[in-house]
Each structure stands twice: as C-alpha cells, then as structure tokens.
Design a protein around this ligand. Structure first.
Ligand SMILES: Cc1cc2nc3c(=O)[nH]c(=O)nc-3n(C[C@H](O)[C@H](O)[C@H](O)COP(=O)(O)OP(=O)(O)OC[C@H]3O[C@@H](n4cnc5c(N)ncnc54)[C@H](O)[C@@H]3O)c2cc1C
Length: 454
C-alpha cells in the first residue's frame, strides 16, 4: 500500500526513530524527524555517550525485515557467554545458550545509530538536527520546537506524530497534562559510568573477544563488551551513595585504589582509568511506565518514551525494535487508520513492556551477585540439561527472552514456574549428573505445556 500524500513526524533520531522512519518511507509516507542533538556524523559526540548494546533475536529480526542485518554484521562482535572475573582474577565462563548459534551481539550505539540514519536518509527520510521538541498541542496538531543553534522557537503543523524521544520524552510530558494519563518513574539507587579498555598491539582484544566480561561484586559490578576495533566498552554500575559508591570516588587516587582492590585484573588494562572516569558523566537508570500511549490517532509514544527499562537484560533496544516490528505489522494490516493502529499497538505491547521492565530489574541482582555463586551456576547447567531433553517444554527464561520472540509476558510467567521447578530439582544436589530425571519428568509434565517458539 502506498501513502504518498501523508507526512509522519517522528521526534528523536536515536535508534528507533531512523529505523521506523525508513520503514515508513519504504511504505510511501513522507517522514520528517526532529532531533535535538547535532548530527553525530559531523560533530564529535560528547564523552560517555557511546555505550555498547547487546543485540539479540528480536533486534535482529527487525533489522532483517528492514534489510539491514547483513550490513550490521560487519560492525558486531558475537558474545557466546559471560566471562566472570573474581577478585583473585580467576575466570569462569558460562555460555549464554545451548549451542554456538545462541549468542548476543555487541554493537556500538554510535555505529548503529549512524548506520540507521544513513539508510533512513538514503530512503528519503528528512532528519532535522538541533531541533528540540518542547511539546505538542494535540487538539490543534501543532508541534512546538526550538532551534538549538539560534534559540528561535517555532510552531509547526504535524498531522501524525510519533515520539521516539527516549526516556525523558517531550511528547510524553505533553500527555501528562491530559486527564487520566497514568505515569510512574522509578530510579535505581545505582548509577553507571562508561570506561574503556584500549586495544592491544595490532588492534587485538586484550581479553577474550567473544564474551561479555563481568566483575560481579555483590552490590555492584563492572562489565565490558567488545568492539570491532579491539577496544572494550566498559560500564561500572555502582550505588550513588554509601560505602562503595560514586560519592566515595571523588578523587583520582580513590578511583585507582578502588579499582586496584576490587577489579585488579581490569585496572591493569585501563592505563587512563582515572582521567576516563572523571571525563565521563555518571548516568542514572529509570523504569518508566505510563498509559495511554497515544492521543487518538494524533500522537503515539514508542519504545523508551512509552516504557523505559533498566539495562540489565540487554533488551531495551531489542524490545524497541520489536515495537517497530509490531507497529508495522499493524499498519500493514489496518492501513493508515491511525487511531486503530495506535490502539491495537498499545494493547499488543503494554503487557509485554511491563513484563520486560520487571525482568530487567530482576536480572540486575542476577548479574551483579548471583553469577558468582556456584549454586547459581549449577542451576544454569541443570536448565540447559532440561532444555536439551525437553526442548519444547523447558526453555530457560534467558533463552525465551534473548534467543526467541516468545512474548515477554509469557517468558515472565513461565520463567516463574520454571524457577520453582529448578529449585525443587537442585535442592540437595551438587552436580548436574545427580539430577533426578524421574522427578524432572513429573514436574515438567504437570506444570508446563508446550511452548510455541519463534
Ligand atoms: C547503560 C545502558 C546500557 C544499555 N544496554 C543495552 C543493551 O545491551 N541492549 C539493549 O537492547 N538496550 C540497552 N540499553 C537500552 C537502549 O539504549 C534504549 O532502550 C534505546 O536506546 C532506546 O531507543 P530510543 O530510540 O527509544 O531512544 P534513544 O536511543 O535514547 O533516542 C532518543 C533520541 O531522541 C532525542 N531526543 C530526546 N528528547 C528530544 C526532544 N525533546 N526533541 C528532539 N529530540 C529529542 C535524543 O537526542 C535521542 O537521539 C541500554 C541503556 C543504557 C542506559
């Protein structure tokens, strides 16, 4: 179906704006994107805004539909599992999936964003940079913008607006003034800081390339994701306040001492640690829930603007790209009946967005604390053994979320039932060889029905 006459206005040219924009342009719409930042292809990005993302099945599906995945393969590094680093610098590897095809893929946010903007513009999407959205008059269909260079404010007519403007969305702020708009935001007491492990001689990675490295320390953690240029993008997750917190790390010497005592094998790989630490901002992490996500057929919130989640399941952008997939399927089904498409979209996605928000918070404890526990590692082995024997019945929660497109709400509910089964089966055993298979068969057949995997 071609929709040549209609202009769709998107706010935000981060990751989802350009992807949705290019798909809409492919369907014949005129697409304009207003982006508050300068064009990162022409202006150097400010420090600390380059976090890596882990792209998995849902994200890959959307990129494949858009015909972009083959090109993206050149800028990703597959990660086969978690490499845990103990304080004594011992390494333990825990695979993510049941085989080599179940990997997650590290990609630089900036590289992905640039690739998406390039393709979007090549397909006719117009991106207007340094145009900050200040709000929207939904009744009149007017967008309020400010030119960030000149400071001039302007009002533009916009028929259909989609807010892809991230967790602090201006379109969502405008919806707050409407009656019966539900909104909650919850900040973690933790912040994050980006750091770098430089490449070794010849642009080689100085630690295992195909792993997501974790230094789990109970209440906090450091992680490192590989880049194609031999560097690692690291993120330190630490409480804002208290002992072992960002507040304590207020001088170069404090940072170096903290790293030397807690992450000794990492500090030796970070020659510019303290400068890096103070050059980069400390970010906050928030879960946002709101409803409704749309104002009739006029405006819609998408991805982080509608449902920001904390990053510990590596699903923000995967969930976001899946939003695009579902949105486009509905558009293809109902045509440009925007009120209907927006309504159906929210019905399809809200329950799943809420579920992945809860799973992401839960996974923080797993990453920073439980991955270092031998009982947890045993549970992971038992999970994989159960999956190998009952592939349609027992699919680990991590796999349902990461390697399949099982609805997040199903993964959450099934995951809880499976956790209960695992607790029963792991109780009193020390190795996977001692697993009581008769008990396993009985628990699984009574608690789980076959799962439709996609
Ligand atoms: C530390 C960290 C690690 C993460 N790791 C992962 C991971 O491993 N895997 C994963 O899938 N996800 C991850 N995420 C989540 C992921 O980054 C987000 O879900 C994703 O970027 C959301 O995409 P978006 O397009 O909604 O928003 P964004 O990518 O944030 O883009 C929003 C865009 O809107 C622009 N904008 C904002 N306000 C305005 C305005 N008023 N007017 C005009 N433009 C505006 C911004 O400048 C920006 O370009 C992580 C997030 C963090 C913070």
């Amino acid at each position: 179906m071609s929709h040549k006459a209609e202009t769709i206005t998107l706010i935000g040219a981060g990751l989802n704006g350009p992807l949705l924009g290019l798909e809409l342009a492919k369907r014949g719409f005129q697409v304009e994107i207003y982006e508050r930042r300068a064009d990162m292809r022409r202006v150097r990005m400010s420090a600390g805004r380059s976090i890596n993302l882990a792209i998995s099945t849902r994200g890959i599906h959307a990129l494949t539909q858009a015909g972009l995945w083959d090109e993206m393969r050149r800028i990703i590094v597959p990660m086969r599992g978690r490499m845990m680093h103990s304080v004594a610098s011992e390494l333990t590897f825990q695979p993510y999936g049941k085989n080599e095809s179940e990997v997650i893929n590290s990609i630089s946010r900036a590289d992905l964003s640039v690739a998406l903007m390039n393709v979007a513009e090549a397909r006719g999407v117009r991106i207007r940079f340094q145009q900050r959205c200040l709000g929207m008059d939904f009744k009149a269909g007017i967008l309020h913008l400010r030119d960030e260079q000149s400071g001039a404010e302007l009002a533009v007519e916009a028929g259909v607006v989609i807010g892809c403007d991230g967790s602090a969305s201006a379109i969502r702020d405008a919806m707050l003034h409407r009656s019966r708009f539900n909104f909650s935001q919850h900040y973690l007491d933790y912040g994050y800081k980006e750091l770098t492990i430089p490449a070794g001689p010849g642009g080689k990675h100085v630690i295992e390339t195909h792993a997501l490295h974790i230094w789990p320390r109970g209440n906090y953690m450091l992680i490192a994701l590989p880049n194609v240029d031999g560097t690692f993008a690291c993120i330190l997750f630490l409480p804002f306040e208290g002992a072992d917190s960002f507040t304590q790390l207020n001088a170069h010497s404090a940072v170096v001492e903290f790293f030397q005592s807690r992450f000794p094998d990492a500090v030796s790989l970070m020659p510019d640690l303290a400068n890096n630490f103070f050059a980069n901002p400390t970010g906050a992490m928030v879960t946002v829930k709101c409803a409704p996500w749309h104002v009739e057929g006029r405006a819609l919130l998408l991805v982080d603007a509608a449902h920001a989640i904390v990053p510990f399941f590596g699903q923000g952008i995967n969930c976001g790209f899946e939003d695009c997939t579902v949105f486009l399927e509905l558009l293809d089904q109902y045509g440009a009946d925007w009120a209907r498409v927006f309504r159906e979209f929210e019905i399809a996605r809200k329950v799943n967005a809420d579920a992945i928000a809860d799973l992401a918070v839960e996974n923080f404890v797993e990453m920073r604390d439980r991955v270092a526990d031998p009982r947890f590692l045993l549970r992971k082995k038992v999970e994989l053994a159960l999956e190998a024997r009952y592939p349609q019945l027992f699919v680990p929660k991590y796999a349902m979320v990461t390697f399949h497109r099982v609805p997040y709400s199903t993964a959450l509910k099934r995951g809880q039932r499976q956790d209960h089964i695992l607790t029963e089966l792991c109780d009193g055993i020390e190795s996977v060889e001692s697993l009581d298979w008769t008990k396993a068969a009985s628990l699984i057949s009574s608690d789980l029905t076959p799962l439709e995997l996609s």
